[in-house]
Design a protein around this ligand. Structure first.
Ligand code: AMP
Ligand code: MG
Length: 353
């Protein structure tokens, strides 16, 4: 299959209108279309068509027990797929949607069994991205979409990275430029008495607490030895090809700690790559060539870090690095989502400095 990439960055232009119409036609015909959102690129199918959604699992190599999130353009589409919208979900809708958040709600029977992994619930997401909502409207149906990567690999935040994993597997990629946030949506379970965060994202625990008066973290997120409530969170994820080890601790001591680790690994014969702050990358310029240093933003600039980690991890696959070191950051605010992804990408290999 030939994979076409159509640019829709200028949403008002004729080219984008034609591309969105083509995406809508393909989706209604049961085909897959990759599209930009404010979090990461999604791999979409008609969310009410079980056979179309089956193609997502096939293209990604995704385990069949891992449910898909349904993307909607408006409130009417939420009501089409959710059995009810409890008061907690109403508050979140009013405060944060459209935006980078997914609500877990009781599902209606129109939602195909194929995509719920056997659960009585459905994940509902109304993206902030105007391009994503325009595509959903063009399709006229809720669009099922996981991240547009091969399962287990880092999520793509550019059309080029989608093409890398999906070339030849899908007919169309819509290119809307790089994603603004760069980490997947915050997943909030709204089916119980209190909101539970199943996956941290750009809508932070602190923001949820302000609106709801409280929000719990799924115990599986804080290292407890329990099965996560979001089935996908149990899988190895976001991993580059070379093994990644994280260095965590005091920012001012990072550069020296990196230097020690790099020396040791190089002595053992490794080609070392580093994913770290601008500061640490600059400090190690004498021991690591520039193509093996991937700066992710200034220390503590969480928005910049979130927006760059996946592309940096993917870029290491084009180098000869066989050992990667990553710099950890705070777990406050957006840092919780960043560290959740980095811990998974490293298989929980961390060194406290
Ligand atoms: P991705 O599709 O790659 O963005 O990942 C979607 C995440 O949402 C996975 O971790 C899924 O397991 C999770 N998810 C989707 N639907 C549900 C649901 N109904 N209940 C709990 N988690 C869900
Ligand atoms: Mg994913």
């Amino acid at each position: 299959m030939k994979t076409e990439v159509l640019n829709i960055e200028n949403l008002k232009g004729d080219a984008a209108k034609a591309a969105l119409a083509e995406a809508g036609r393909l989706l209604r015909a049961g085909q897959l279309v990759a599209f930009p959102t404010e979090t990461v690129y999604g791999l979409g199918a008609n969310g009410l068509d079980g056979a179309a959604c089956a193609k997502i699992y096939e293209a990604k190599g995704r385990p069949s027990d891992n449910p898909l999130i349904l993307h909607v353009a408006d409130r009417a589409m939420v009501e089409e797929i959710a059995e009810d919208i409890p008061p907690m979900a109403e508050k979140l809708l009013a405060a944060f949607l459209p935006g980078p958040m997914t609500l877990i709600l009781k599902r209606k029977a129109v939602v195909p069994d194929r995509i719920t992994g056997g659960l009585a619930t459905v994940g509902v997401r109304m993206p902030e991205s105007a391009a994503a909502r325009a595509m959903i409207r063009a399709a006229g149906v809720p669009v099922a979409a996981p991240s547009a990567n091969i399962s287990g690999r880092p999520s793509p935040t550019t059309a080029a990275s989608v093409l890398r994993d999906m070339d030849g597997r899908i007919p169309l990629i819509l290119d809307g430029g790089p994603c603004r946030f760069g980490v997947e949506s915050t997943i909030v379970d709204c089916t119980g008495p209190v909101a539970v965060i199943l996956r941290p994202g750009a809508i932070t625990r602190e923001m949820l607490t302000e609106v709801l008066g409280g929000a719990r973290l799924d115990p599986a997120l804080v290292g407890a030895n329990v099965t996560p409530k979001a089935p996908g969170m149990k899988y190895k994820h976001y991993a580059p090809r070379a093994p990644l080890t994280l260095l965590e601790g005091e920012p001012t001591k990072m550069a020296a700690a990196f230097r020690r680790q790099v020396r040791q690994l190089q002595k053992e014969g490794h080609t070392v790559g580093i994913l770290a702050s601008d500061e640490v990358c600059a400090a190690l310029a004498d021991v690591i060539p520039s193509e093996l240093r991937k700066p992710y933003g200034a220390q503590g600039d969480l928005s910049a870090i979130a927006a760059h980690i996946y592309e940096a991890l993917i870029a290491f696959d084009d180098t000869n690095a066989d050992a990667l070191l990553g710099e950890g950051t705070t777990e406050r605010g957006l840092g919780l989502a960043i560290m959740n992804r980095l811990h998974k990408a490293s298989g929980f290999h961390s060194i406290q400095i």
